[in-house]
Design a protein around this ligand. Structure first.
Ligand SMILES: [Zn+2]
Length: 88
């Protein structure tokens, strides 16, 4: 009986491993979320007034708001002096 339990335990462990995806589930979910929604709340770059691409990676968080920029150059300008460019 004890031997039977050990075999069951081994089989159970193998089954669990087979069902677990090799890639982390968390990272996959996060990627899907980022692809579906615009990370920034604004559509106009507050620094240069250009429209922002929906998949921009240049996003800065200011006072709880995610502000997108056309490029990392504008993001850096904003980060140095957010009060000057802050969206009201
Ligand atoms: Zn810009």
């Amino acid at each position: 009986m004890k031997r039977f339990l050990i075999i069951l335990a081994v089989l159970g462990a193998n089954f669990t491993q087979a069902q677990t995806p090799k890639t982390p589930a968390g990272a996959k979910t996060e990627h899907a979320h980022a692809a579906q929604t615009n990370p920034a709340e604004n559509t106009i770059d507050p620094v240069c007034k250009m429209s922002i691409s929906k998949d921009t990676r240049s996003v800065s968080t200011h006072k709880g708001k995610k502000i997108g920029f056309c490029s990392v150059v504008c993001k850096e300008r904003f980060d140095k002096n957010p009060a000057k460019y802050a969206v009201k």
